[in-house]
Ligand binder design. Structure first.
Ligand SMILES: [Fe+2]
Length: 577
């Protein structure tokens, strides 16, 4: 049985294909059309899914969409009636969404087939149920607490659920305009980070600040009885899309979130690309602090209702790896399974798996143990692209390749590492990664100056052999998808100085050999040369979506100052090219 999952006309459009309950392929449209956070129809992603299983769209049994514009209609109507100025906008939005619901016609057009040939059954699933499904059904558990939170989706920002067997029982929803994601976005915008997806950058700024504004920022969100409420005086009225608009060409745009009250209290907003002042750092500190307080408050309430130790979680806010790393100390949850694509591209997997398990009542499958669900390329294809680019390269066997890449990394060179299937979700986890020495004091500046051009305050991440986690970090819970930040042990901070953030933490990826043998063996080869079972791992890209195809990796290698390109079994050196 083939189920196609979709996230469409929403940020991070994507497609995933599930074959007899197993996720066999998944990809965000941005990786294929090269437009970050693209929010249109994922035509290329759908084609890639079909190619991966060698099926035609006419052979698909079910199509599941992680969006249901009929969900929570009562709340939407009530909200519109309370805000008469928004009624017209609300009706227009409904009409547009209705037009976009015709999945059959959209797929027929994208794939240039006759709609009459399509025999699939269509399913629409509420946004946050799809988020929770994307985590729970991929987890190894038969029961768990389910949690999803983000800016907004189908008029909801937060959902709590009890997950058991095939079922996800919804316990609570927080409706718009109350949204922890919008709170975070509002302050990010105020301090000059106005683009969709900038929130992850600002998380790195928070530890540079101090507790100047925690009391004041705390007042923006009130906590009561296991839930929260925004003080709307700090926000512009955002409407039922919570200030996020997808333009007809698929571009995602954020409206201004903060009201004049923010300016009165904290002065003018920071303009992008101007100097970051202590005020901005202190605001980001207070924002992260309050975010965590609210998050832990919600999780403790969830645990009261679902007293289990296992937490299945997704939603854009679940990418807040700093908060994730602390939840073991501040809540009774002992294990997390967080969907690697916790943002909205993950809805495609969630909707498809929900159809399989909850709608069609099919038995659970085993845990999704890795995120390598994207395309891979044949050796012949890689070689032909290298030739086409006119690069000098050598072909090496596995052992010598690992040895030479480890040698280059140990010597302080920067390696573009392109292997196997592309990762699903926003993190590069050792298949589309740039790899470097984690213990050279200059490495962060070298990477930024030569390749990444990122904000100075953003840390780089470590990939560590799973067996060595406890020696280097103060927490043992694995972090296979780079979704937890832990303190680095004092005696190891020097050894990991290029990945040690200002607050002595690292957003680690734990690498187990059965999840990615080649990457594991590379880190081990590096350990043999340096004694350090860790490499610095950053995504293979330069201000663009992460590279997907070999030609994009080759182009990035040539354009930037990456020293070495290891692409499949082939090795190219900048010094020879
Ligand atoms: Fe979402």
């Amino acid at each position: 049985m083939l189920i196609l999952g979709l996230n469409m006309f929403h940020a991070d459009a994507s497609a995933a294909i599930v074959h007899d309950g197993e996720v066999v392929f998944a990809i965000a449209e941005e990786r294929l059309n090269r437009r970050k956070h693209f929010g249109g129809f994922p035509s290329l992603a759908v084609k890639a899914c079909l190619d991966a299983v060698g099926a035609k769209i006419s052979e698909i049994d079910h199509v599941a969409v992680g969006q249901d514009s009929d969900a929570n209609l009562t709340q939407k109507v009530q909200y519109a009636l309370k805000n008469p100025a928004k009624i017209l906008n609300f009706i227009r939005l409904r009409q547009r969404k209705e037009g976009l619901r015709n999945v059959r016609a959209l797929l027929a057009k994208a794939l240039d087939v006759d709609a009459a040939q399509l025999r699939f059954q269509e399913h629409h699933l509420e946004h946050h149920i799809a988020h929770i499904a994307s985590a729970y059904y991929c987890s190894p558990w038969e029961k768990a607490a389910g949690f999803s939170y983000d800016g907004s989706g189908d008029f909801v920002s937060t959902m709590m659920a009890r997950c058991e067997g095939n079922d996800i029982e919804i316990l609570d929803r927080v409706f718009l305009p109350h949204s922890l994601g919008s709170f975070y976005t509002m302050i990010c915008e105020f301090i000059g980070y106005k683009k969709y997806g900038d929130e992850g950058k600002v998380m790195g700024l928070a530890p540079y600040g101090k507790d100047t504004y925690c009391d004041q920022i705390g007042k923006i969100i009130g906590l009561k009885n296991g839930t929260f409420q925004l003080d709307l005086n700090y926000f512009k009225p955002l409407g039922s899309n919570q200030g996020m608009q997808v333009l007809p060409d698929g571009t995602v745009r954020l409206a201004r979130h903060f009201s004049d009250r923010m300016e009165k209290l904290f002065g003018g907003p920071r303009e992008p690309y101007t100097e970051i002042t202590q005020r901005d750092m202190d605001l980001s500190f207070a924002m992260q602090h309050r975010f965590e307080e609210v998050f832990f408050h919600l999780l403790n309430e969830l645990h009261r209702r679902v007293p289990l130790e296992d937490l299945a979680m997704a939603g854009g806010c679940a990418l807040n790896s700093v908060a994730n790393g602390k939840l073991f100390q501040t809540t009774p949850f002992r294990r997390t399974w967080i969907q690697p694509a916790a943002g909205d591209e993950g809805l495609a997997i969630g909707a498809a798996l929900h159809t399989y398990h909850a709608v069609l009542r099919q038995p659970r499958r085993t845990e999704l143990k890795h995120s390598y669900l994207g395309p891979e390329f044949s050796e012949a294809g890689l070689e032909s692209d290298l030739k086409k680019a006119g690069l000098r390269y050598r072909k090496l066997d596995r052992g010598p390749l690992l040895n030479e890449v480890a040698e280059q990394t140990a010597a302080g060179n920067v390696v573009g590492w392109f292997q196997g299937r592309m990762e699903w979700g926003p993190r590069a986890l050792g298949n589309r990664s740039i790899v470097a020495h984690p213990g050279r004091p200059d490495m962060k500046d070298v990477l930024n100056a030569r390749i990444k051009h990122r904000e100075w305050f953003r840390p780089f991440a470590p990939s560590i052999l799973a067996e060595h986690q406890h020696e280097y970090f103060e927490h043992d819970h694995p972090s296979p998808f780079m979704l937890h930040v832990y303190k680095i042990r004092p005696e190891k901070r020097n050894e990991l100085c290029a990945v040690n953030h200002v607050d002595d933490t690292g957003r680690l990826q734990t690498v187990a050999r059965d999840e990615n043998p080649l990457y594991y063996d590379l880190i081990q080869a590096f350990q043999r040369k340096t004694g350090i079972p860790v490499v610095l791992n950053t995504s293979f890209n330069e201000n663009e979506p992460i590279v997907c195809k070999p030609e994009e990796a080759i182009d990035c290698f040539r354009r930037t100052k990456i020293d070495v390109l290891a692409i499949g079994p082939f090795l190219a050196l900048k010094s020879e090219n």
